[in-house]
Structure formats: C-alpha cells, structure tokens
Design a protein around this ligand. Structure first.
Ligand code: NAD
Ligand code: IPM
Ligand code: MN
Length: 363
C-alpha cells in the first residue's frame, strides 16, 4: 500500500505528538511492507512567523496533492490578541474548507486500563463507545455576516446551514451507525433556533432512508448532562460544528484525558486527521504531552485513507497494551503514581512502537 501523507505539525505540542505518530506509522510501514511517504509543511503560528500567513500556498498545494493530511495543533499565546482572521486557527479553518471534508469523526472510548483517570465512576463509563460525527464546514464558524463593530459596541456571528449541508453529514452519521449499534442521536437546540429546527427535520428525512437505524433527538444542554451521566447509551452522536466542538472535549472526560482523543475528517477531496486537543501551550516543549491521541489519529489514517483495517487495529491494540502495562504520560497519572511508570512523550511513543512490533511479529 502506498500512501502520501502530508504532516503539518503546527504549534505548541503539535510537533512533539505528530513526530511520535509518524514514527509509529513508519514502524508499521516497515513491518507490513507498505510505502508511506511523509512530507512536512508549516501551518498556524509557525507559518505566520516564517511565511507571514497561517496557511502558506505551498502547504495547501502539498495538502491537495497528498492522500491524507496529519495535523498536530495550531495556536500560540503570542497571537491571542489578534482578530480571528489573523490568528493561527484560521489556517486550520482554511485548510478544512479547501480539503472539503465535512464529517469530523471523533471516536470516544472508556479505556478500561485508564478508567481511574476519569472523574466519572467506573460503573458509569464502563464500556462507553461513542462516535461523534461533527459537521465541520458550516454553522457559526463560517456563517456571514460576522463582524465586531467596535464603534457601535456590537458584534455578530451567524449560524447558517443549508439543507444539503445537513443532509450530507446526516447520511454519513446514519451509514456509520448502520455498521455499529444502529442508534443515532442528533443534538440540536430546536426549542430555540430555526437552524436547529431545519436540522432536526432534515435528519428525520435522511433517517427515513435508513430504517434499520433508530433516531433520537436531544437538546444540546441536556445532552451535555446525559453524556456525563449515561454515556454508554450513545452510539453515533450527530451534531453541528460548535456543539460538536464543545461536546467532544467534554466527552474526553469519559476517556480521562483530552490527550487520548483522535479524529478523522472525511467526505472531501483529501481526508484530514487531527487529534482533538489543541497546542497546549502550558506544557509545550517539556516532553509532557500525551502522544496517544496523535498516534490513534495515525491509526485512523490507515483505516480511512489506506483501507488497512488490521494495521489500524494493531496500533489501537498496542496503545491498550501499553496502558495495561501501567505506562502513562503525566496527564494519565493524576490519581497517584502507584504501580504506574510515568513516561515522557518520546518514551511513550517508543513504547507503542515496541509493542506494535511485538504484536505484528507474533501475529
Ligand atoms: P488544549 O486542548 O490545547 O489544552 C487544554 C488542556 O488539556 C491543557 O491543560 C493542556 O495541557 C491539556 N492537554 C491538551 N492536549 C494534551 C496532551 N496531548 N497531553 C497532555 N495534556 C494535554 O486547549 P486550549 O488550552 O484551550 O487551547 C490552546 C490553543 O490550542 C488555542 O490557541 C486553541 O485555539 C488551540 N486549539 C487548536 C486545536 C487544533 O489545532 N486542532 C484544537 C483545540 C485548540
Ligand atoms: C478543534 C479546535 C478547532 C475548532 C479550533 C482550533 C479552530 O478547537 O478542532 O476542536 O474549533 O474546530
Ligand atoms: Mn475543539
């Protein structure tokens, strides 16, 4: 299998975690006789400093020529006072738009091995397995008008969706639910927002094409609570851009660390893969970052862009094994270090590679 992967490591912990993900993918390529070719390009604050823009033309061109893009994270404190269109984050939003992927898949698991790391009780999270399908190219992030009218002390953003934008992401949600536990929960605010009323009606229309999948609707405020009180009851959770952004970080509480969560964005010209977490400026450059979210994101590249299901599963199982053996980055060792071995970002990456190798060689 040949895969051309563009790596845009970005800011903060982005370079630290993506280099571990790339190293695991290289190990897998060597073991399986695959040809994964990696190219690196700048994005975000790193690109603003070097190229004067958060998404240089060369980065976009390379992204469009690749089979998959692996992004670390963007965002750095020095740019925090800039207007949205000048910040590192806009580079990521432009890249998402240009690549065209509208369905952002964010799988959330309660890993048995690290259940003690979640503030939720084991009996609440045990076995939780939720797949978020977050709409990624619409809603408040991209709607117009948008403006901060300083002179008059007012500001606007616009939550806008077309029926087609809702239908296409809903269809992906139903297709995925059909391959899982056949339940789709659509999250909206239809008791207040017209956009949500159209969202709900459209989800019901698309749902009629999938009689084998049951649909339920939840308001986003109640859903924030249900996720924490009964996460095991959800299978696929379909929602709009901003609600999905917020709920997926919240759902990280089920796993126990934001640093564990991967994502894949599908449906466009080139799939985009990014861990859910950000650039974590508070821990950047210290070897404290958990690379497992990025490594699991690498597994999603193999699954969704390479069709390499066995290889993807081998990486996921290696991650479980490493956790089972008591190896932790500091974010996963909050409940005391008894019986656990705390590793740096690079040591954790090395452990996963070692375990992948053992598994594949002994398979
Ligand atoms: P964040 O996700 O960067 O960090 C939130 C908290 O989680 C921090 O305490 C951080 O230390 C911790 N954390 C995150 N990832 C971790 C990991 N892999 N290992 C261990 N701990 C981890 O969110 P934030 O602090 O709100 O945002 C920082 C910057 O990142 C902002 O500029 C934001 O816009 C940006 N951001 C970028 C992306 C992206 O590029 N995809 C996603 C979210 C936020
Ligand atoms: C995410 C991030 C991004 C988003 C930011 C950095 C633009 O929070 O991927 O979850 O809001 O989509
Ligand atoms: Mn987010």
């Amino acid at each position: 299998m040949k895969l051309r992967i563009l790596v845009t490591a970005g800011d903060g912990i982005g370079p630290e975690v993506t280099s571990e993900a790339v190293a695991v993918l290289k190990e897998m390529a060597a073991l399986g006789g695959h040809d994964f070719a990696f190219t690196e390009k700048r994005i975000g604050g790193d690109a603003i400093r070097n190229d004067g823009t958060p998404l240089p033309a060369g980065t976009l061109a390379a992204a469009l020529e690749s089979d998959a893009v692996l992004l670390g994270a963007v965002g750095a404190n020095e740019f925090n006072s800039l207007p949205p269109e000048k910040r590192p984050e806009v580079g990521l939003l432009q890249l998402r738009t240009e690549l065209g992927g509208f369905a952002n898949l964010r799988p959330i698991f309660a890993f048995k091995e690290i259940e003690a790391n979640s503030p939720l009780r084991p009996e609440v999270i045990d076995g939780a397995d939720v797949l978020f399908v977050r709409e990624l190219l619409g809603g408040l992030y991209f709607g117009h008008p948008r403006e901060w009218d300083r002179a008059n002390g007012q500001a606007w953003n616009t939550m806008h969706y077309t029926r087609d934008e809702v239908a296409r992401v809903a269809r992906i949600g139903f297709q995925l639910a059909g391959k899982r536990r056949k339940k789709l929960t659509s999250v909206d605010k239809a008791n207040v927002l017209e956009v949500s009323q159209m969202w709900r009606a459209t989800v019901n229309e698309v749902g009629a094409e999938f009689p084998g999948v049951s649909v339920e609707h939840q308001y986003v405020d109640a859903m924030a609570m249900h996720l924490m009180t009964r996460p095991r009851e959800f299978d696929v959770v379909l929602t709009e851009n901003l609600f999905g952004d917020i709920l997926s970080d919240e759902a990280g509480v089920i796993t126990g660390s934001l640093g564990m969560l991967p994502s894949a964005t599908i449906g466009g010209k080139v799939n985009l893969y990014e861990p859910v977490h950000g650039s974590a400026p508070d821990i950047a450059g210290k070897g404290l970052a958990n690379p497992l979210g990025a490594i699991l994101t690498g597994a999603l590249i193999l699954r969704h862009s390479g069709g390499l299901e066995a290889e993807a599963a081998a990486i996921e199982s290696a991650v479980r094994k490493v956790l089972e053996q008591g190896f932790r980055t500091p974010d996963l060792a909050r409940n005391g270090h008894q019986g656990l071995t705390v590793l740096s970002t690079r040591e954790m990456g090395a452990k996963v590679r070692e375990t992948v190798k053992e598994q594949v060689v002994h398979a």
